[in-house]
Design a protein around this ligand. Structure first.
Ligand code: PEP
Ligand code: MG
Length: 754
């Protein structure tokens, strides 16, 4: 191959396009493709391998190897040099391929005569569908330009192969959009239940059809214009929405801006246009290049999605739409997302959502808590498999076992029928227990209350027979609000809650904003923070922006009007913070009194134990607060220094570890000794096994999401409370690690779980 002869792939791309669009038998056309590439690149061999079902790579066409090897030569993904190119999605340039330890000799190809090899993956998005290689007889080094030229050709060829159906759909069944084979992925079960529907991709990428162009001037002008429009939009968004956006959005916008202003990125796209691609093709080409580079770095791997997003945004500019259309969910949608925030979830019409599958996700993130309260099954941590899900694919999500079945066969349904029937039976059983007290077998009485964050959950109070609302996450009521809620907006919403509760107690928790919950239009934007979970959030915001806290308390007092009011402050780290918040409440009460407004009939003021430091002032807390509620989600994350939203840490630390149980035991004992009611409102109370342990530690008030109430009540009703108390007392001191298995056995031995 003579490097001078390779003057960019422009001519080659034109030929390719004409060939693929033309008539003729598919095999003959593919063979012409490999011949044209070999000739144009002055190579002795050009071979095209495509991936078939079962992760096998098959030689589909060759110019230069023995023709009889076509459709005969096969390699597993990862096997040989071609297998490695596909497995790693990498470009390989070797002057002496046969000397490479991974070289896999296939005698039927006659490739012993060829020494040098340049191979690139055929990939679309994150999916590698095959490999394209050229080989030369002599030992020679391929230049970076040659490698780039072959990558560009491979990108176009990949699209053409998929779009032109030159290869029968079932031959590339596992990877093509028309795939038909069933697939099964295993992930992390995050929210129970089974959901069935069709794949709907959150922020789906735009499909680009026209990749090759003969008019570089026009394409460069289009590209420049789109980038300028895109940049202007990002700048506007940042400027306009400075007061409305939170950390996560700001970080994304800043990342976009940084990349969009990066001259290297623009230069590479311009070069791709000069190589014969359209503006869209150039965006895609550089996107693939970025992926290849970033995927090898553990730090940058997490940024691939940002680059993908950026490229997709730019593509929307190029097709003139500016941005993706508003999200319209099909009926029975199974939402597929790399990650999803609570506000993003609430943007969707959840009556159409049957399940959610996440690339990331962790059990106590607020998005997952909301999904559970909406009864939407969620499976997380299937990042490596997301790219294999195509819009419209039928899919069944098994949130109990963390399984995702794509294009399921009958066996899947058979297998799930039992599980679904079991669930239905259990529901009927819970329904029958609705009016029965949550009393243990040995007579301990529990108060089971609900965690609520959305107005539409209010009817669940009646449906479950819960004693009241033990945690109203007030911030969630306003997550979708277009602006920060005014006092009037708040009062109206709180009135609805009082009405629905119809005299049952409601614990209104003041705004717990920050972390993964952002409310729009706070009087100042929330700044970027390295550690938002440990940052300026929750009560800290309320105390530093007293108007936020005051307005909320004012709205609560007004909504209560003559009824008992229960207020709870989250995230206090010191008693002094509770005192300060309480003073704000007293000032507001005084103000309302002065105005002659109707005051709440009674007032209870409680505090959450979510920050470990407060657990070491619990005696003081007990002397001042009317009640205490333990937020185990946050308490666990601070106790173990383990970010509750970090998917890599999901389930790493167990609330049933002796250290955490001892902390809970201490809190409960000191509160009870002081005569202060103490309960648990974190997610720990929502799981039967955990709830049994809480009972064993002496907690009698548990607040949990409605869908979890039946199972917890059932477990508690068969519990011998004294027995588990005695058992835990010694084990939380003696055990080295999690008590989960032990407690499971205890429950089985005592006939609680069968
Ligand atoms: C908790 O932290 O346990 C809790 C109940 O509050 P949230 O989950 O809303 O942070
Ligand atoms: Mg919390």
């Amino acid at each position: 191959m003579n490097p001078e002869k390779v003057a960019g792939p422009r001519v080659l791309l034109r030929h390719l396009r004409a060939l693929m669009a033309g008539e003729g038998a598919p095999q003959a056309r593919l063979d012409s493709v490999t011949t044209i590439i070999a000739t144009n690149m002055a190579a002795d061999v050009c071979s095209l391998y495509l991936r078939r079902a079962g992760d096998v790579l098959e030689l589909f066409s060759t110019h230069g190897l023995k023709p009889e090897s076509v459709h005969r030569t096969r390699l597993r993904v990862g096997e040989g040099l071609i297998g490695d190119i596909v497995a790693q999605a990498k470009t390989l340039a070797l002057s002496d391929a046969q000397a490479h330890p991974q070289f896999a000799y296939r005698p039927e190809t006659g490739e012993e005569s060829f020494h040098s090899l340049l191979g690139v993956p055929l990939q679309r998005g994150g999916r590698v569908i095959g490999a394209l290689s050229v080989q030369n007889r002599n030992k020679r080094d391929y230049t970076a330009e040659e490698a780039e030229a072959l990558q560009t050709v491979a990108m176009v060829l990949c699209e053409l192969v998929l779009a032109s159906h030159m290869v029968a759909d079932d031959e590339i069944a596992e990877i093509d959009g028309n795939a038909t084979l069933p697939l099964r992925f295993e992930g992390l079960p995050l929210a129970d239940g089974v959901g069935q529907g069709q794949v709907f991709v959150h922020r789906a990428p735009l499909h680009v059809e026209n990749l090759v162009s003969d008019d570089p001037d026009r394409e460069i002008a289009r590209l420049d214009e789109a980038v300028s429009r895109f940049l202007a939009r990002i700048h506007d968004l940042i400027a306009e929405s400075a007061s409305r956006i939170g950390d996560a959005e700001r970080e994304i916008l800043d990342t976009y801006r940084m990349f969009a202003e990066d001259l290297g990125w623009r230069r590479r796209m311009t070069e791709a246009v000069l190589d014969g691609l359209t503006a869209e093709g150039a965006v895609r080409r550089v996107q693939e290049e970025n992926r290849r580079r970033l995927v090898s770095s553990p730090y940058f791997r997490d940024r691939i999605a940002d680059f993908d997003d950026l490229s997709n945004q730019l593509l929307w500019q190029l097709v003139g739409a500016g941005r993706p259309p508003p999200t319209a969910l099909p009926e029975n949608a199974v939402l597929i997302a790399r990650s999803l925030g609570p506000a993003e979830l609430l943007e969707y019409d959840h009556s159409r959502l049957r399940a959610i599958v996440l690339g990331e996700g962790s059990p106590t993130s607020h998005m997952v808590l909301i999904a559970r309260s909406l009864n939407i099954p969620v499976v997380g941590r299937v990042a490596g498999s997301l790219a294999r899900l195509r819009p419209g694919d039928p899919v069944v999500v098994d949130g109990w076992r963390g399984l995702v079945h794509v294009r399921p066969d009958e066996n899947v349904y058979d297998d799930l029928v039992d599980a679904v029937e079991d669930q239905a039976k259990r529901r009927v059983g819970y329904e029958a227990m609705r009016t029965l007290p949550a009393r243990s077998a040995d007579g301990a009485l529990f108060d089971l209350q609900l965690n609520v964050g959305l107005l539409h959950e209010l009817p669940l109070l009646d449906a479950t027979g819960a004693g009241g609302i033990g945690l109203l996450r007030t911030e969630l009521l306003f997550l979708r609000h277009p602006s920060f809620p005014s006092t009037e907006d708040q009062e109206a919403a709180y009135r609805q809650v009082f009405d629905a509760a119809a005299g049952r107690p409601v614990v209104f928790r003041t705004f717990d904003i920050g972390g993964d919950k952002i409310l729009p239009n706070l009087d100042r934007p929330l700044e970027h923070e390295e550690n938002p979970a440990m940052g300026w959030r929750s009560l800290r915001v309320g105390l530093d922006r007293p108007s936020v806290l005051r307005n909320q308390l004012r709205a609560l007092i007004a909504a209560a009007a003559g009824q008992p009011l229960t207020v709870m402050f989250p995230m206090a780290a010191e008693v002094a913070e509770f005192d300060q918040a309480r003073r704000v409440l007293d000032i507001e009460l005084g103000r309302q009194r002065q105005r002659g407004q109707v005051l709440p009939k009674e007032l209870q003021v409680g505090v959450m134990i979510e920050v470990p430091s407060l657990a070491w002032q619990i005696e003081k807390v007990a002397a001042k607060a009317d009640f205490v509620s333990v937020g185990t989600n946050d308490l666990l994350q601070y106790f173990f220094a383990s970010d509750r939203t970090n998917p890599r840490l999901a389930n790493r630390y167990d609330p049933l570890s002796p250290s955490f149980l001892r902390l809970l035991s201490r809190i409960r004992e000191i509160c009870s000794d002081a005569g202060v009611p103490v309960g648990v409102c974190g997610d720990m109370a929502a799981k039967p096994l955990e709830a049994l342990c809480l009972a064993g530690l002496g907690f009698r008030t548990l607040s949990l999401p409605a869908p979890a109430l039946g199972a917890v009540k059932k477990a508690l009703r068969s519990l011998d409370c004294a027995a588990i108390e005695a058992y835990l007392q010694s084990r939380i001191i003696a055990a080295d690690g999690s008590l989960r298995d032990e407690v499971k056995h205890f429950a089985q031995d005592h006939g609680i779980f069968h």
